[in-house]
Design a protein around this ligand. Structure first.
Ligand code: ADP
Ligand code: 2DT
Length: 211
């Protein structure tokens, strides 16, 4: 289960509801880490460019209908098809900043009524993030950040359910951030914690034991 991997990169994950600032913070963190000269890449799930990703994209754009379990499994397969590349990057010393991952899979599918245990299974054994930043924002505050978009799930009542599931996961390792703070205040907080984890990870094995 463990690799002997000195000087590996870190796997830094951002999770949270729509509009909570994940993309803003992931991008700022990427620029910051890059400016310090560390090898770093920015990733986003779903990865819409692969064959599976294209089907997911159509589903999100509502040009394709799929059964709830089918789309759940496709989101998971979309992570599995990227995992060897992610692993290769990390073991080569590149830090990955990832925008959404398996926790989004749990929160969004469970919010539709699927059982959490069922939802977890397909992602069991995926690469485990070294740190998870959960940007927390109420659906009311999220709605104030401009109208929701046209994609599936982009409405206040569904986002409220998603947030409840996320918070019920209560993973003690998550760093829960108050997304109402200013962009720069959040960035300072995230930047400091990320540098610490990047140093620490150099000596720690990369884990593949998600869920
Ligand atoms: P997400 O990726 O979580 O959906 P974004 O980073 O795209 O969120 O941010 C959604 C919107 O909120 C954008 O218009 C962004 O500029 C704005 N935003 C992001 N962070 C903050 C913040 N801390 N305070 C106020 N507005 C923010
Ligand atoms: P954005 O590209 O705006 O983040 O929207 N989703 C994502 C799932 O339902 N399951 C998953 O496993 C993942 C990664 C969250 C992507 C949308 O897809 C949802 C919002």
């Amino acid at each position: 289960k463990f690799e002997n991997n000195k000087n590996r990169g870190a796997f830094i994950l951002f999770e949270g509801c729509d509009r909570a600032g994940k993309t803003t913070q992931a991008t700022k963190l990427f620029e910051y880490i890059q400016s310090l000269g560390h090898p770093v890449k920015l990733w986003k799930f779903p990865e819409r460019k692969t064959l599976i990703g294209q089907v997911i994209d159509e589903y999100l754009k509502k040009t394709r209908e799929l059964d709830d379990r089918t789309i759940h499994l496709l989101f998971s397969a979309n992570r599995w098809e990227c995992v060897s590349t992610m692993k290769e990057n990390i073991l080569n010393g590149t830090t990955l900043i990832v925008d959404r991952y398996a926790y989004s899979g749990l929160a969004f599918s469970a919010a539709k009524g699927l059982k959490l245990e069922w939802c977890k299974y397909p992602d069991k054994g995926l690469l485990t993030p070294d740190i998870v930043f959960f940007t927390d924002l109420s659906s009311e505050d999220a709605a104030k950040r401009g109208g929701f978009g046209e994609e599936r799930y982009e409405n206040q009542s569904f986002q409220k359910k998603v947030r409840e599931i996320y918070l019920s996961l209560k993973d003690p390792t998550w760093k829960i951030l108050d997304a109402r703070k200013s962009i720069s205040e959040l960035h300072d907080q995230i930047g400091k914690m990320s540098l610490t984890i990047i140093q620490k990870c150099k000596e720690l094995p990369l884990k593949e034991d998600l869920f």
